[in-house]
Design a protein around this ligand. Structure first.
Ligand SMILES: C[S@@+](CC[C@H](N)C(=O)[O-])C[C@H]1O[C@@H](n2cnc3c(N)ncnc32)[C@H](O)[C@@H]1O
Length: 248
């Protein structure tokens, strides 16, 4: 997945650097509008992945922090910041776990951002609690920038597709990749499951996650685990969009 984040030829996991630079420039303009000066800013980027937004902010003289659940992405974020001598801090934190708080000194922020953070992929109650806690770290008048997939552009479709590939976001080497997408009208959620099948052994496994109004259901099925892997995600519509939000 880290390789996919850093791949400049696809926006599947992270945007390419020119797009990230444009987003950061847009954020600087919004902050100048809000605070009327060009001072260095304090910004927390939530679900930061490999830290590309934080790195760009720090290159422009701002103080940036990032948090995410993905260890490999965080390792890359820290190493890249250290190699360039950038003023960034990266922390492991789960948006859905209020008991894993960020350090206290990440406060008095000019902005909290959630770029491409799939705000719609989390149970609404957990997300609202996380955003409320994050808003408490903003300075008065600070900006909460949330990017989400617009409801009207949401694909409501069932899709089943096989591919034989040399590599995919979910596995290295030759394998079969089965993608299943299902739109669940009752819960207004999309469930997608990615099956990875080893052609040599036929081994397959899958993790399924389905959003539900009361929370998240997770189940895992596995045939021969060492030879295969699978991942899936559930996209949820942003019907509960908070009042203070922006998207680019
Ligand atoms: C599409 S990627 C975008 C990463 C980054 N914002 C960027 O634009 O480069 C979504 C990110 O959300 C993170 N994520 C998923 N669930 C999370 C959670 N519960 N808490 C924190 N981060 C999470 C993933 O690890 C991944 O890095």
């Amino acid at each position: 997945m880290l390789r996919l984040h850093l791949d400049q030829s696809t926006h599947m996991a992270s945007r390419s650097l020119p797009v990230i630079r444009a987003h950061v420039g847009w954020l600087e303009d919004r902050l100048a509008e809000a605070f009327g000066d060009a001072a260095p800013r304090r910004v927390l980027d939530v679900a930061c992945g490999p830290g590309l937004y934080c790195h760009e902010l720090a290159r422009r003289g701002h103080r940036a922090w990032g948090c995410d659940v993905a260890p490999a992405a965080l390792r890359h974020a820290r190493a890249a910041a250290a190699s360039e001598g950038l003023a960034c801090g990266f922390h492991a934190a789960d948006l859905e776990d209020p008991d894993a708080p960020l350090p206290r000194d990440i406060t008095d922020l000019d902005a909290v951002t959630l770029w491409y953070g799939e705000v719609h992929a989390h149970p609404p109650g957990a997300m609202l609690a996380a955003l409320t806690a994050l808003a408490g770290r903003l300075r008065p008048g600070g900006l909460m920038i949330l990017e989400y997939q617009p409801w009207e552009l949401y694909p409501r479709e069932d899709l089943l597709e096989w591919r034989a590939c040399e590599g995919s976001p979910f596995a290295d080497g030759p394998h079969f990749w089965l993608q299943e997408y299902h739109w669940d009208e009752a819960s207004q959620s999309e469930i997608n499951v990615h099956w990875i099948v080893d052609p040599a052994t036929g081994a397959a496994s899958a993790t399924r996650r389905a959003g539900a109004p009361g929370g998240t259901r997770t189940s895992r099925g596995c045939a021969r685990p060492p030879a295969s892997s699978a991942a899936c995600s559930c996209r949820r519509s942003p019907a509960w969009t908070p009042a203070t939000s922006s998207r680019c």
